[in-house]
Design a protein around this ligand. Structure first.
Ligand code: FAD
Length: 391
């Protein structure tokens, strides 16, 4: 019987095993996860769960694992991938033999090389969420370093709890590289209108730490007192296992359009993988929920011997105050942004167009059930005067 080991018990792994068993995969399957719990979805950690809503982020019911004969080892970190002998060593010392191994190790928060940064709050796991929620619940002043998606979502959640929030961003605008100046200005104004003290063009140089933890931050210009400091400056892929075993790693674990590394017995998916996308004709690592789901399912198809390739365009979403959106595609850094609809009311479509008027990405804000239409438009050439808000 084929022995499959999946390292990393996150969303991508869960979707892979779910599909494998649904589709009749008969090999033995072991999933090894460093966290103490079964796979769960992370988007609610910075949204519903921080807002205090009662949401269960678990991907597969507790019974699913036994019923489907999948061995789930939680609290079990894989420490070594021995490709010579086809074995994974766990930190406990146990060895797992494999015929095939899928690395689905995800990503970890980027910790800046600054004094005190290791004492700040980060947000990746349910335990992190508990700490952030406790901080928000205790009131005081929350300083967030980084105005990316997670930093801004936490800011929005904290403001809904009436917490004083300061966000410090190194760029001139939040999300400037993703959204472009006009939309980034809109997001900045949204946050400021809800009482977030958003300061841009600020370089944080130290997290100041007192006897009980962070007490503020020092920037190039000033010292800002805080009761809590959250650092949210992005994530780095968890690639140590792959790297140590001699697999090729760039921004992530290098795989082809069928998630295959240079070792035919090792595949990689999700946030950790830098995969060839046949639609974009480029390699990219995507840190999004939808990508983890799609790649989990697709790698199952590959393992089932089907003719599957990775061709899905990146998609993600966010909710911050009344700014709720979906985004599909991958624009170039110089693409123009065309906005149709009502920007002020947060009901509009943004199109990214290259210099040949080809759509490279689309974002629907407050207008729903149009994401598939936008997806179909990506790659097509359009007449700018005919672009509308799809209502
Ligand atoms: P992960 O979910 O990171 O799972 C990987 C697992 O592998 C982890 O549990 C890790 O502990 C484990 N692991 C790592 N190394 C080892 C090892 N050596 N041995 C054993 N286990 C190991 N995406 C969106 O599109 N929209 C959103 O709104 C959104 N919100 C988010 C909010 C937050 C707070 C976070 C953190 C992420 C958010 N994302 C969002 C991103 C999305 O959650 C990720 O893209 C997705 O979780 C990736 O799934 P994954 O399975 O690849 O990795």
């Amino acid at each position: 019987m084929e022995r499959l080991v999946i390292v990393g018990a996150g969303l991508a792994a869960a979707k892979a095993v779910e599909r494998l068993r649904e589709e009749g995969y008969e090999g033995s399957v072991t999933v090894v996860g460093a966290e103490d719990r079964a796979p769960y979805e992370r988007p609610p950690l910075s949204k519903d769960l921080l807002l205090g809503k009662d949401t269960d982020p678990t991907v597969l019911d507790e019974e699913w694992w036994g019923e489907n004969d999948v061995r789930l080892l939680t609290g079990a970190r894989a420490a070594e991938l021995d490709r010579e002998t086809g074995r994974v060593r766990l930190e406990s010392g146990e060895w797992l033999d494999y015929d095939l191994v899928v690395l689905a190790t995800g990503a970890e928060p980027r910790v800046p090389d600054l004094p005190g940064a290791d004492r700040a709050l980060y947000l990746r796991t349910l335990e992190d969420k508990d700490r952030v929620l406790e901080a928000i619940g205790s009131g005081g002043h929350l300083v967030i370093v980084g105005a990316g998606w997670i930093g801004l979502e936490v800011a929005a959640a904290a403001r809904s709890h009436d917490v004083r929030v300061t966000v410090l961003e190194r760029d001139d605008l939040p999300l400037q590289k993703v959204l472009g100046d006009e939309l980034a200005t809109h997001v900045a104004e949204l946050h400021r209108s809800h009482g977030v003290d958003l300061r841009t063009g600020v370089s944080v140089e130290e997290v100041l730490v007192g006897a009980d933890g962070p007490v503020g931050v020092r920037t190039s210009d000033e010292t800002i007192d805080a009761d809590h400091v959250l650092v949210a400056i992005g994530a780095v892929p968890s690639v140590a296992l792959a790297e140590d075993s001699g697999l090729e790693v760039d921004d992530g674990i290098v795989v082809d359009e069928r998630f295959q590394t240079q070792d035919e017995r090792v595949l990689a998916i999700g946030d950790a993988a830098s995969a060839w996308n046949v639609t974009l004709e480029d390699r990219l690592r995507v840190e999004h929920w939808d990508n983890a789901i799609r790649q989990g399912r697709a790698v199952a198809d590959v393992l089932l011997g089907r003719d599957t390739v990775h061709d899905w365009l990146p998609y993600f979403y966010t909710d911050q105050f009344e700014f709720s959106m979906e985004y599909v595609g991958r624009p170039g850094p110089k693409d123009a942004v065309e906005i149709r609809g009502d920007l002020a009311a947060n009901e509009f479509i943004a199109y990214w167009l290259d210099d040949e008027s080809r759509v490279t990405a689309g974002m629907n804000v407050g207008i729903w059930d149009v994401s598939d239409t936008l997806r179909q438009m990506v790659g097509t050439t359009v007449d700018r005067s005919e672009l509308g808000d799809l209502r």
